[in-house]
Design a protein around this ligand. Structure first.
Ligand SMILES: *Cc1c(COP(=O)(O)O)cnc(C)c1O
Length: 462
């Protein structure tokens, strides 16, 4: 039993910023299978990857050492907002009248408003080191695009963003944010690439998709030697950079001498969840007694149920089939999930490292509907004062349900979740919710089964 009253905000000093990223791969007995070449279906050669990624990031992608040092210059850039606070959600605890302690790691305090800046800065830094002049990427709702725009500004690189056309028109403020940091933004499909022109010709009024925008960005990177491509989630090196979140959180929990019974995060491509959870999962893999009973919960939208309903197999990262094939849970690369406001979670696949932990039974996935999630967001905003991103609100929903379960069990549990970002650019979604206009988009089960069966019957295994 603890006697000390723990503080509301558990803070680290600038000097306590972790100096190393944690590479979970090193601790897995069965390593995830390698990415495959999209054409030959054989393990992809590093040469082929170097057309679109710099060598130093390819090395991190396949790294086997347990820790990778964070460069000094990058630590300086992180210090603009890191270490981020770990906050005791006392207001939420009181609202729920739960004996549980609820904590959240607040990644919403970054200049771009989410965890995505942790890897954006790292990727800009490593590209700069190799003499790259410009980065090109895609963005859906604009969170990744704005993080990369800020990072390119920091390391004096050009930045080009293909923004899904429907978002380009509906989310003008994220677009303006990218412009403020000096990025060039095009609505995708555009007239600037072969892929874009072909799409425009076939479907003149296409609203665009993430898959289409990836195809345009990859094409630009492949055709210009001074430009490289940058991806905001899914890949090993992206999750690696995000582990600074969990490394800080472990230190913060140690300071108050508590350890989580349950850790929770939302999952789109898996980067904020992996970055937050892996340093805690390390203790499960090390069989540390205090982690023995810890539960690790990954939360996804029921409109895009990659982990709860998807098939584990090799699949493409994009709709067009240009990216390497990755071993992951997937709904099918050409499956189009229904529209939801948590655009960052609307992705058909997930990081191979997250899939590996689901297969080991270490991660427990759950799915919630949009209205369940917005109800949780409102409770959080009213008790803690922060407007959460719709994506992050999936984690809040699970944290609330865990805290209520602890209450009915009469247990003083410790629940820690990652608040991946704020929702101040999502006010029209909140407006819809408050006015009772928010629909619960559900998946058409028959349609989904069709895609899952296709996945079950394809054979990419080498
Ligand atoms: C992009 C985004 C996500 C989803 O991406 P992951 O790679 O799964 O973390 C979650 N929350 C916020 C706020 C985001 O911007």
């Amino acid at each position: 039993m603890k006697t000390k009253q723990s503080p509301n905000r558990i803070l680290l000093t600038e000097r306590e910023i972790p100096k190393k990223w944690y590479n979970l791969t090193a601790d897995l007995e069965d390593k995830p299978r390698p990415p495959l070449d999209p054409q030959t279906h054989q393990p992809i050669s590093p040469d082929k990857l170097s057309v679109i990624f710099p060598q130093n990031l390819i090395e991190q992608e396949v790294a086997s050492q347990r820790y990778i040092k964070i460069p000094e210059e990058l630590l300086k850039a992180y210090a603009k907002w890191r270490p981020t606070p770990l906050v005791r959600a006392r207001g939420l605890e009181e609202l729920l009248e739960t004996p549980a302690h609820i904590y959240f790691k607040n990644e919403s305090v970054s200049p771009a408003g989410s965890h995505k800046l942790n890897t954006a800065l790292a990727q800009a830094y490593y590209n700069k080191l190799e003499g790259v002049k410009r980065l090109v990427t895609e963005t859906g709702a604009g969170q990744w695009g704005s993080a990369l725009a800020m990072a390119c500004r920091t390391f004096e690189l050009g930045c080009k963003v293909f923004m899904v056309k429907s978002s380009y028109n509906q989310k003008p403020y994220r677009r303006a944010m990218m412009h403020m940091w000096g990025a060039e933004v095009s609505a995708s499909p555009s007239e600037e690439t072969n892929a874009g022109r072909a799409l425009n010709e076939q479907h003149p009024d296409s609203p665009g998709s993430l898959g289409m925008a990836i195809s345009e960005a990859v094409e630009v990177a492949a055709s210009d030697s001074e430009t490289k491509y940058s991806l905001g989630s899914v890949l090993n090196h992206v999750l690696l950079h995000q582990t600074i979140i969990g490394e800080e959180a472990v230190k913060q929990m140690d300071k108050i001498e508590e350890f989580p019974d349950t850790i929770i995060g939302c999952v789109g491509g898996g980067s904020n969840f992996g970055g937050f959870a892996f340093p805690f999962v390390r203790e499960i893999l090390e069989q540390r007694p205090r982690a023995k009973k810890m539960r690790v919960i990954a939360v996804e939208p029921s409109a895009c149920p990659t982990l709860t309903k998807g098939v584990f197999t090799y699949d493409f990262g994009d709709t067009a089939g240009l990216t390497p094939l990755l071993p992951m849970h997937s709904l099918g690369h050409d499956y189009v999930p229904p529209a939801i406001h948590a655009g960052g979670l609307r992705y058909h696949g997930v990081a191979p490292l997250i899939s590996a932990l689901v297969n080991l039974g270490i991660i427990q996935p759950v799915a919630y509907t949009q209205n369940e999630v917005f109800d949780a967001a409102l409770k959080f905003a009213r008790s803690e004062g922060i407007v959460p991103a719709p994506e992050s609100s999936h984690a809040i929903r699970a944290a609330i349900d865990e805290a209520l379960r602890a209450k009915s069990d009469g247990k003083k549990e410790v629940i820690v979740f990652n608040l991946s970002g704020h929702g101040y650019f999502d006010m029209s979604a909140y407006d819809d919710y408050l006015e009772g206009r928010l629909a619960d988009s559900t998946v058409d089960e028959d349609d989904l089964q069709k895609y899952l069966n296709q996945l079950r019957h394809q054979s990419f295994e080498s």
